[in-house]
Design a protein around this ligand. Structure first.
Ligand code: GLV
Ligand code: MG
Length: 354
């Protein structure tokens, strides 16, 4: 919460900033953070590129983003078949207004350049985003950007492909800030929890889930019974990604949850990501889509509160006050920013899809 602010604060410097990261977005310093291409990104449904019959079904799902995968869900012997299927789908399947993404292979593999070249040369204009796995540093993004730019330029592509970057190894996490700022194509950072666990050598029981051994035991107090509270082993990684993404105008997106028979567990993971500031989560099964859509959409109560905050602050400003109380709680200029971001999340398109 900010301190008491007089209406004068509204007229504090609004000159053109000397340094603009991306186009106009939230003003948090003299540097303006430009927001990446806006997209609904509550749920990203992954489909292995080998599953050609499932792709049209995913296109009809309620997921905001469909990701056709060429990386880890595709065996090395099937890479070419998967790539051909994906190119065919890009040309023939009706994805409606969805964002269409392809997870290409990582820079560690020779499949990567062929994915980029063939998808752009043969797949037409429908691919909106490349999801790039195992990004380790800014140079990886630079290389992907250069290659993508060359092929786009060669075919005269009208629409520029955006990048969703998966942070899923310790090197990527260490360099997450430079990665987030590495290209104008960047749109989102994703937490690839499965590979991240492998990279940190964490002990896991289910991809993206908690572990019964990670928690705290309350102190001994006389003879009272002690409680054990589970902790979230992924909290640091997720928060780190949220900060790097938001500071660069990108969407932070949570990765997979492996237990598809546990919708309550998936919902809980969506909720904690949403509370931390993430825009959405991956779905690795169609049954997860509705849950992510629901959790990452503002509830009617949140929308109502955002509207009432804006009304209360408009009245406060007319009265020369910078902070007032709403429902017994302090609200101030920072609350306006939160309410406005809630308003943006609602957006027309979002409402029509609930
Ligand atoms: C996703 O790629 C993951 O490793 O979780
Ligand atoms: Mg991975």
């Amino acid at each position: 919460m900010g301190t008491m602010v007089t209406p004068r604060a509204r007229f504090l410097p609004l000159e053109v900033p000397t340094q603009v990261c991306r186009a106009v977005g939230a003003r948090t310093s003299f540097t303006v953070v430009e927001e990446a291409t806006p997209r609904l990104n509550r749920c990203e449904l992954y489909v292995p590129g080998t599953q050609e019959k499932i792709i049209p079904k995913a296109a009809k799902s309620k997921a905001d983003v469909v990701v056709m995968d060429l990386e880890d869900s595709v065996a090395s012997t099937q890479k070419e078949t998967a790539r051909k299927n994906v190119i065919k789908a890009l040309k023939e399947v009706d994805f409606g207004s969805k964002t269409v993404a392809v997870r290409i292979n990582g820079l560690y593999s020779h499949h990567m350049y062929r994915d980029v070249v063939d998808i752009i040369e043969q797949g037409g204009e429908r691919c909106d985003v490349f999801i790039i796995p195992m990004v380790g540093n800014a140079k990886d993004v630079y290389m992907a950007d250069a290659l993508t730019s060359q092929v786009e330029s060669f075919v005269g592509r009208k629409k520029r492909i955006g990048f969703g970057l998966i942070i899923e190894a310790t090197m990527g996490m260490m360099n997450v800030d430079e990665i987030a700022a590495a290209s104008k194509r960047n749109e989102s950072l994703h937490f690839g929890v499965a590979d991240y666990a492998a990279s940190t050598k964490s002990r896991t029981t289910n991809i993206g889930g908690p572990n019964p051994n990670y928690g705290v035991l309350t102190d001994k107090v006389r003879d009272e019974p002690r409680d054990f509270f589970w902790g979230d082993p992924w909290h640091y990684a997720m928060s780190r990604i949220v900060v790097a993404a938001r500071a660069n105008g990108l969407r932070p997106i949570d990765g997979p949850f492996g237990d598809i028979a546990d919708p309550d567990g998936y919902r809980a993971q969506c909720q904690r990501g949403s509370v931390l500031g993430m825009d959405g989560k991956w779905a690795i099964h169609p049954s997860q889509v509705a849950i992510a859509n629901e959790v990452f959409s503002p509830s009617p109560q949140e929308v109502d509160r955002a509207r009432r905050i804006l009304e209360a602050m408009a009245k406060a400003e007319r009265e020369g006050l910078g902070a007032v109380s709403l429902d017994g709680k302090l609200i101030d200029i920072a609350s306006i920013k939160q309410a406005r971001s809630e308003e943006r999340r609602v957006g027309k398109e979002c409402r029509s899809r609930w």
